[in-house]
Design a binder for this molecule. Sequence first.
Ligand code: DGL
Length: 265
Amino acid sequence: MTNPSAPILLFDSGVGGLSILPTVRAALPDAPLIYAADFAGLPYGTKSEAEIAARVCGLLGRMSERLQPRLICIACNTASTIALAMVRDVLEVPIVGTVPAIKPAAKTSKTGVFGILGTEATIRQSYVDDLEREHAVGKTMLRHAAPELVTLAEAKLRGQTVSVDDVAEACTGLTLQPEGRDLDTVVLACTHFPLLRDELAQAFGENVALIDGAEGIARRVAALVEGQEFARSGPDRMLVTGDDPLPDELRATMSSYGFDQIDRF
Ligand code: DGL
């Protein structure tokens, strides 16, 4: 039987997984949660596949041993599209990954032209090619890497003002592609990006729908822990890698997400 105080571990390179956290909490209000941010490895999107795979497998292995989670949610598209299968191979705990929402985007796009915004590492994955082949037959999927949005989302959650102009600039590689004028849907294929939803909505305008995978991920997490008992043995906490000082603004943001305690891992 699962220990009722065993946490669900949400893992990301930084604050991106916070875009998934509220839907997981809404689905499972009593589930103890640990949010782990690999700040020492941030950003993942500019790293090689080998670096990301080694880092994610190593860290999740150590976290899993130390924290004994009942489930791990890799709340990061980059880590999931590269390392999900490997992590599943080596760990016994159930793992939920974050898959770019290409299927719903292809289904709902009326013009048949939709975009995918992710990190450099994510958009070049064969995982994404496979999703396109499987779900976007007859549609046009435009890809663009927007690593600047990761930096902007991290800055926003550290209390800095993010301008719509900067966000729009980071997306021009999508909108200025020849078929970009027909774009009516954009997949936010990086968990950092929904944290900039308001700025992105203004940047793309009201005729473009923004889609992310948070609801589907929360449903999957809830399905895998169905029937299990939950009992918090203390408040939810956040773990971070690295020794960089944590600014007060970030602590305040984490507190607003229900994490008053931040520990180094
Ligand atoms: N949040 C991550 C994702 O979903 C990546 C950000 C990064 O570390 O580059 O892809």
